[in-house]
Design a protein around this ligand. Structure first.
Ligand code: THU
Length: 145
């Protein structure tokens, strides 16, 4: 493995580990589907988030948006990658958990869609990777205004 590939792997592993860890804090008493996300800021900091549900279901927040809003409220506005892990409460194995449409759009605001990487647990302990552009083509962003 080349040095740069090794670094790449270690960064992804760190993000995945943080996403798994924060997933334990998910507040999901209604869906029982727990999600953790770890967002990499352009300066190397990692911001984590879990889903936070509400008795008024529509007031619930996804893990990805929790991470973005935490980061932006701490002053970070540019991001390089996000790792996402989701699965049913009580089940150790995660299932692929692609970000919902609202979270894709929220991420779009703060990233370069061509280079921003979305790293998904594949359900078998491996990872899948996409760019934001791949999962949100022809997107509307700040440049369109
Ligand atoms: N959820 C996330 O947090 N992120 C996703 O990418 C998909 C869905 C949450 C929302 C809700 O709390 C639960 O998972 C079931 O939809």
């Amino acid at each position: 493995m080349k040095y740069s590939e090794h670094i790449d792997y270690l960064v992804k592993k760190a993000l995945m580990d943080e996403a798994c860890e924060v997933r334990k804090k998910a507040y999901a008493p209604y869906s029982h589907f727990q999600v953790g996300a770890a967002l990499l800021g352009e300066h190397g900091d990692i911001y984590t988030g879990c889903n936070v549900e509400n008795a008024s279901y529509g007031a619930s927040n996804c893990a990805e948006r929790t991470a973005v809003f935490k980061a932006v409220s701490e002053g970070e506005r540019k991001f390089a990658a996000i790792a996402i892990v989701g699965g049913k409460e009580g089940e150790k194995t995660a299932v692929p958990c692609p970000p919902c449409g609202i979270c894709r759009q929220v991420l779009r605001e703060f990233v370069d869609p061509k280079t921003f990487r979305v790293i998904l647990e594949d359900g078998n302990g491996g990872w899948e990777e996409r760019t934001l552009e791949e999962i949100l083509p022809d997107s509307f962003g700040p440049d369109n205004l």
